[in-house]
Design a protein around this ligand. Structure first.
Ligand SMILES: Nc1ncnc2c1ncn2[C@@H]1O[C@H](COP(=O)(O)OP(=O)(O)OP(=O)(O)O)[C@@H](O)[C@H]1O
Length: 737
């Protein structure tokens, strides 16, 4: 059912009552007479004399208002007829003699009159004229307001350290990222028909053959057509693995626009996150209402059309989307003022049925990209993270003290794995947090795997809490019964909500998991309270983990702890409740299976952490938190064998690459041979792999403990494509064959 909302002339009444107290003929004798008489008017009962006075005032008022209306209508007509840049600007000329207060009042009256005009135009069914007038007149003022509120919103990075009173300024910490064009969105799709479609589309789009590496894209140019292509770009999909900087990139793009530094041809940018949209899943909106809901300034300005202006919509984190995006079934919607469910709205916006003139930028982790058909995008880009000089730059920006930055960075370089891992910004941030807290860099090995890195992070958080909030010293044991309990509860919350696909929680979700709200704020390093009531979005306090990967880590820790402490396999239980046949599969096998079943890879990182936690070396790092170490009856060797078996079962490239990551977490030394085998055998063909897959493989090869002194390309693949893609590995090894 569609509901056609009434066009609202926002705060029309209040503007009128305020603005129409103005006298426009103050200098005439009649006005003076009225003025003098008015001072004699008694405040009590109206008298005859008072009635006469009112009559004369109203005659004068009518006279003034009629003049005003005629003048304004002429101006409005002029605005609608010509290519006049903006109406209000032109009126400034005749404000010259007025003082500031009068100018303000005159401007308000004119705005109010425009709103009245819009109201009547719409009543006369002149919607297009009304919309055009509206965009002409209100857009410039509103743009200013939108820019200010976006500046306010994005100038600081949301890293969970704001509570410490030291929020990081985005412009200060932002380090350029390496972004390339490429990574066709269809790599993930195994369906034969799709492959044929893809192949035929490629014939018509020879540009897809351009090597992505040759086309590095700066973030401000995300909508600019690449050299040699004329087609304007309406929709862009940017893919990137967890923590690679998708959110930060969209924020920097928006901030640069709001600060007037880039893309000034865009009139409005409306950044949304799927996380926020999920909360409104059950509600119905028109596109205009949706914008009004999130950007209240638009509503206040009465902007009801975005058709004649250049608008960019950003939707960050498609992987977090819980809306059922069914592109085949969704009805067609072309009117931005008709309400429908959010998924229908989004689908039509993406397809270009709604606001074909608007531009769209969607970001996602790679595994979830296939929720939108690839043909919907004019360009697919990939964030590849930091290259080596950018890594160094990151640490220089983070630690303003140059000596400290140098010391920390050279320390990182001593570990090849850690240095490589730092191509992912979130790891840089975690490393920086960890190494900053451990002021005197402790001797001993640096984290080499993802799991190790997050364990260090958790330990650091526990240390900070001990010292900051509990008055302990740095040498005290950092785990206490209370902090253990807190991590257990956070883990439970993380897992249960991850299962449900929830990334934002309410107070009741916390209390259900036994978390005391006041205690939660103490854990602001891990878990952050976000207040958004002031934006009118949420009625209650809402919470989320500082980064999704932290939620995934804590969820894995919870599943691990439950298994070690009580032998209960939480993943198996889930299977049973979904009425599947009783299985007696080993613990880690159920985990691998469950992750592979997920259509958008939402358990990929979780699985890597869970497997990482099975290593005794990692359990030792968590001493004090884990009261007992233990493992399933399944040995690591068996798990490794099982994963290898799965790799050979012709899974999607996405799944395969994640399983390689898993082998890496398990410190499996045959990993390099496994990758070689898959590439040679064609399970992983150069065709099938996207640039992101290749960089993941390079990452795995480089960070594996295997000695790469001699790099024999023949062992991988004979193709030239493979050679080029594996170049970074060739460079890192002293000799290549
Ligand atoms: N360009 C950058 N410069 C400096 N720091 C960055 C940059 N990009 C990301 N970071 C750091 O990495 C963290 C994670 O980045 P971000 O949240 O943007 O990743 P993401 O790709 O959106 O991850 P996910 O897919 O898990 O949501 C940020 O909180 C910030 O600390």
């Amino acid at each position: 059912m569609h509901q056609k909302p009434e066009h609202s002339c926002v705060s029309l009444k209040s503007s009128m009552s305020k603005d129409f107290n103005l006298g426009f003929k103050e200098s005439t004798p009649a006005a003076e007479r009225v003025d003098q008489e008015s001072s004699k008017v008694p405040s009590g009962q109206p008298t005859k004399h008072h009635q006469a006075h009112l009559d004369s005032v109203f005659m004068l008022l009518e006279d003034n208002i009629m003049n005003f209306v005629k003048n304004e209508l002429k101006k409005i007509q002029k605005t609608l007829r010509s290519d006049y840049p903006e109406c209000l600007g032109s009126q400034k000329e005749d404000e010259g003699v007025l003082d500031d207060e009068d100018k303000e009042e005159t401007r308000n009256s004119r705005q109010a009159f425009v709103k009245i005009t819009l109201h009547f135009l719409r009543k006369l069914k002149q919607k297009e004229l009304a919309d055009f007038l509206q965009s002409r007149i209100f857009a410039p003022d509103f743009q200013h307001e939108l820019k200010s509120s976006l500046k306010e919103k994005f100038q600081c990075v949301f890293e969970g350290i704001a509570k410490a009173g030291n929020p990081a300024k985005l412009n200060q910490i932002f380090t350029e990222l390496y972004i390339t064009e490429g990574g066709t969105a269809e790599v993930n799709d195994e369906h034969e028909i799709r492959q044929i479609e893809t192949a035929s589309r490629k014939q018509y789009r020879p540009e897809t053959r351009i090597r992505p590496e040759e086309l590095t894209i700066r973030q401000e140019d995300i909508f600019k057509a690449l050299p040699g292509r004329d087609k304007p770009i309406r929709t862009v999909l940017t893919k990137g693995v967890a923590g690679i900087g998708k959110t930060v990139l969209t924020q920097k793009f928006t901030l640069d626009w709001a600060e007037g530094k880039a893309n000034q041809d865009i009139q409005f940018i409306f950044p949304f996150t799927f996380r926020e949209l999920n909360v409104l899943k059950e509600k119905k909106f028109s596109l205009v209402e949706l914008v009004h809901h999130f950007f209240t300034e638009t509503k206040q300005a009465g902007i009801c059309s975005f058709e004649d202006v250049q608008v960019v919509f950003i939707f960050d984190g498609l992987d977090e989307c819980r809306l059922p995006l069914d592109f085949h079934k969704a009805e067609i919607l072309t009117d931005p003022t008709l309400s429908n469910s959010l998924d229908v709205l989004l689908i039509n916006l993406i397809k270009g049925n709604l606001l074909p003139s608007a531009r769209l930028w969607i970001t996602t982790r790679p595994a979830a990209a296939n929720q939108i058909p690839p043909c919907c995008f004019d360009m697919v880009t990939e964030i590849r993270g930091f290259n080596d000089p950018q890594k160094e730059e990151y640490f220089r920006k983070r630690f303003r003290n140059e000596q400290q930055a140098c010391r920390i960075f050279s320390h990182i370089k001593t570990s090849r794995s850690l240095h490589i891992m730092c191509h992912i910004p979130v790891f840089c941030w975690i490393t920086a947090t960890v190494l900053d807290v451990l002021k005197t860099i402790e001797k001993g090995p640096l984290p080499k795997t993802l799991t190790e890195m997050y364990i260090h992070f958790l330990v650091v958080q526990a240390k900070v809490k001990k010292v900051k909030y509990d008055g302990g010293s740095e040498t005290d044991p950092h785990w206490s019964p209370e902090s253990r309990k807190m991590i257990e509860s956070l883990g439970k919350l993380a897992f249960e909500q991850l299962q449900k696909g929830n990334l934002i929680f309410y107070e009741s979700d916390l209390t259900e998991c036994g978390i005391d709200i006041t205690a939660a704020s103490v854990y602001s390093g891990v878990f952050t309270q976000i207040f958004r009531e002031e934006r009118g979005l949420y009625q209650d306090k809402v919470f989320c983990f500082i980064h999704l990967s932290v939620q995934e880590f804590l969820a894995a820790l919870h599943v691990h702890l439950t298994f070690i402490n009580s032998g209960v396999n939480l993943l198996e239980e889930q299977q049973k409740t979904s009425h599947q046949s009783e299985t007696d599969k080993p613990f880690y096998e159920t985990a691998v299976e469950k992750a592979l079943q997920s259509p958008n890879g939402h358990l990929d990182l979780f699985l890597r952490f869970l497997l990482g936690l099975s290593l005794e070396t990692n359990q030792t790092l968590l001493q004090g938190l884990l009261t007992q170490t233990g493992r399933s009856s399944q040995t690591n060797k068996e798990t490794v064998q099982y994963i290898k078996k799965m790799i050979s079962e012709n899974l999607s490239a996405e799944n395969n690459v994640n399983l390689f990551h898993c082998l890496n977490e398990l410190n499996d030394h045959s990993l390099v041979e496994e990758i070689q085998k898959s590439l040679r055998s064609g399970y992983l063909s150069a065709e099938k792999l996207s640039p992101a897959h290749w960089s993941a493989l390079v990452f795995i090869l480089l960070s594996s403990e295997k000695d790469l002194d001699v790099f024999d390309l023949k062992k991988y693949s004979a193709s030239e494509e493979a050679l080029l893609r594996l170049l970074p590995v060739v460079k890192a090894s002293s000799k290549a064959l």
